[in-house]
Design a protein around this ligand. Structure first.
Ligand code: ADP
Ligand code: MG
Length: 252
């Protein structure tokens, strides 16, 4: 079995800025992997390449034995990679349920237009999409606000909505970019419980997170970036006690 995700010697430049430099790592299925590092270390850049928002300048990315770094994003997500965004990407005028459903329409064969015209094949798909969306809304605990417009929800619920939307696509690998940013203590604790619940479904999770308590609690292993380079990798305990990691954080 190939590793689930393999990042091989990946470099990404933006003009003169080297956002990622020769980064390599891999991990197997069924794990929670943390990605940490000071501001500007290159964490979001790496996520953007794994979710195919843009390609690496050099190097390769492999997912479940398939090379993905030259594929467009719309071909990568059906392979089983989903993500949430640091800056929420919800439709404010749609309800919670509609927000989760709309993400699923793009992945069905008949598409959103035939759904809008209520063609028979689309009607069947619409029912499936409704069920799939509803399952995830229940999973994250948003059933009470399923009919509420997303724009009127507090941040904590919006983050849950983003999680539900990503899960509805049934990913093998879920990328969470600062899913706990702005959450209070209790919401953060609930989010880490949810991360465990997702992992117990067999979904592998790659987490970028500033909240060290959260990332140390949920991760099986942690990769540390500093100024674009991988400076450490290990268990939460190992990286917390690594002098290079301490130095990178103190120096910033
Ligand atoms: P992190 O998420 O770890 O805070 P980023 O990956 O966002 O770091 O950024 C790493 C570096 O790459 C920073 O110097 C940032 O300014 C630069 N960078 C990131 N994205 C872009 C972009 N789209 N265009 C130009 N520079 C970028
Ligand atoms: Mg970032």
């Amino acid at each position: 079995m190939p590793d689930l995700l393999e990042v091989k010697n990946v470099t990404r430049k933006f003009g003169g800025v080297v956002a990622n430099k020769g980064v390599s790592f891999s991990f197997e299925s069924g794990k929670v992997i943390g990605l940490i590092g000071p501001n500007g270390a290159g964490k979001s850049t790496l996520f953007n390449m794994v979710s195919a928002i843009f390609p690496p300048t050099e190097g390769e990315i492999w997912f479940a034995g398939k090379r993905i770094d030259r594929l467009p994003a719309f071909k990568v997500s059906p392979l089983g990679i989903a993500r949430t965004f640091q800056n929420l990407q919800v439709f404010k005028r749609m309800t919670v349920l509609e927000n989760v459903m709309v993400g699923l329409h793009t992945s069905t064969s008949s598409g959103i237009l035939s759904a809008a015209f209520k063609l028979p094949k689309a009607k069947k798909e619409e029912e499936t999409i409704y069920q799939q969306a509803w399952e995830e809304i229940e999973f994250v605990g948003l059933e009470d606000v399923a009919a509420v417009e997303a724009g009127s929800l507090p941040l904590g619920k919006l983050r849950l909505l983003e999680l539900a939307r990503a899960l509805a696509t049934k990913p093998q690998l879920l990328l969470l970019d600062e899913i706990a940013a702005g959450l209070n203590h209790q919401e953060t604790a609930e989010m880490s419980d949810l991360i465990f619940k997702v992992r117990d479904r067999g979904v592998s999770i790659f987490v970028v997170e500033h909240d060290m308590d959260l990332v140390m609690r949920v991760s099986d292993r942690i990769i540390v970036l500093d100024q674009g380079e991988k400076i450490a990798e290990g268990t939460p305990n190992e990286v917390q006690n690594d002098p290079r990691v301490i130095e990178a954080y103190l120096g910033n």
